[in-house]
Design a protein around this ligand. Structure first.
Ligand code: SAM
Length: 371
């Protein structure tokens, strides 16, 4: 029998420790793990939850990921792209609500029109969201997929300072089984390296409960996050979409995917300690209070919806996406109550960079001062 109190008190966890945590099923063992992860979070990061208003700027996509509802072969999708005015309006709304940051997410597009539009939107957001409370304007995270070095650099120069690119699975065989042959694990990895070189705070993550995924794969994912010095993690349960090739394949039950996702959050917090971890929409899709549970297991970032309600239903990566009809204000008031329910307070008007990224920045400043 594993002594979880002893195991979770360790400063570092190895592969076997992670396997034990991820394999926990007994409710009292899970509660010991949860408490330990929450304690590490409170000690390392304080108690605040950071908000990133989520704008889904386009559902057009040039990729054909076998799991994703907006893949290019899905002809049922009504494709849209928000214009610069619409994105800037969403950003101003985030600033007015006191969200310190926003995330711009889209399908995979590297066409000139889309990149130019995104760059103009970034510049407008930076200009139009400055205030006494936020003299530097909103912090901006991009999640617009694989791009060239030049594009990443242009997006950074225009004002984005964090980038989320999920590796989806760090087992190259599993990665290959959920993507078409022209999308490779190596090129995703290379993109993560480019983002780091340019100076972004780098986020990545995986889907949890994929067909054929093992606990060894998930333990390997956490070790990969640590090895690559990742600043922020966005991961959540796989939600099968019947309109996709992977939608009909066997995967763990909903309850198992929720439990595994919460244990992944806890195990990642216990291993990486001072990073930001998002409690994702996919968790809320499978469990109405999944996002709040994510906070209790060590997550500290939530991404409230600010996408205009009229296009929100067209950005469905999987069925059952919550908050389809609510406007940003309604999402906001519901969110305050949900975060209070999880016993946390909201960090208003702050970018909410991870402690990990702040530590790295001050180490590199000290190093260059010494040189
Ligand atoms: N195109 C960009 C990229 O690939 O990084 C950003 C958008 S992409 C749709 C955002 C994330 O949605 C993916 O990284 C993937 O992990 C997640 N996703 C897509 N389909 C999903 C599904 N069926 N279940 C759970 N997550 C899914």
């Amino acid at each position: 029998m594993t002594d979880f109190a002893r195991l979770t008190a360790q400063e570092t966890l190895n592969r076997n420790d992670l396997l034990a945590i991820l394999g926990a099923r007994d409710i009292s063992d899970i509660e010991i793990i949860r408490r330990a992860a929450e304690a590490v979070f409170l000690r390392q990061c304080g108690s605040q939850v950071y908000l990133r208003g989520l704008v889904e700027s386009s559902n057009a996509c040039s990729c054909d990921c076998l799991y994703c509802g907006i893949r290019k072969s899905n002809k049922a999708e009504n494709r849209y792209t928000l214009d610069v005015d619409q994105i800037a309006a969403c950003a101003r709304q985030c600033a007015e609500l006191g969200y310190g940051s926003m995330v711009i997410q889209s399908g995979e597009r590297s066409d000139k029109k889309f990149i130019d539009l995104t760059i103009e939107a970034l510049r407008r957001i930076k200009r139009e969201t400055q205030s006494e409370a936020q003299p530097d304007g909103l912090g901006i995270t991009l999640c617009v997929g694989q791009q060239s070095r030049e594009t990443y650099q242009r997006l950074y120069d225009a004002g984005a300072h964090r980038y989320l690119l999920r590796i989806e699975s760090t087992n190259p065989d599993l990665f290959a089984s959920i993507h078409p042959g022209d999308q490779t694990f190596e090129s995703r990895l290379e993109c993560l390296g480019l983002l780091r070189d340019i100076g972004y705070q780098v986020g990545t993550g995986v889907m949890i409960g994929l067909p054929g995924q093992t606990l060894e794969d998930l333990a390997g994912d956490i070790l990969f996050f640590a090895e690559h010095d990742i600043d922020m993690i966005g991961m959540g349960p796989f939600v099968p979409d019947p309109e996709t090739p992977l939608g009909g394949e066997a995967c763990p039950s909903v309850a198992d995917r929720v439990r595994l996702s919460l244990l992944m959050i806890a195990a990642t917090r216990l291993t990486l300690r001072d990073v930001n971890i998002a409690s994702t929409t996919a968790l809320q899709t499978l469990d109405p209070i999944g996002r709040e549970k994510g906070l209790k297991f060590g997550a500290n970032v939530i991404m409230p919806q600010v996408t205009p309600p009229e296009v929100r239903k067209d950005y469905q990566l999987y069925p059952g996406k919550p908050c389809l009809d609510e406007n940003a204000l309604e999402c906001h008031s519901c969110l305050g109550a949900r975060i209070a329910f999880a016993g946390r307070t909201i960090g208003y008007n702050v970018w909410g960079d991870s402690v990990h990224a702040k530590r790295r920045r001050s180490h590199s400043m000290l190093r260059s001062a010494a040189e």
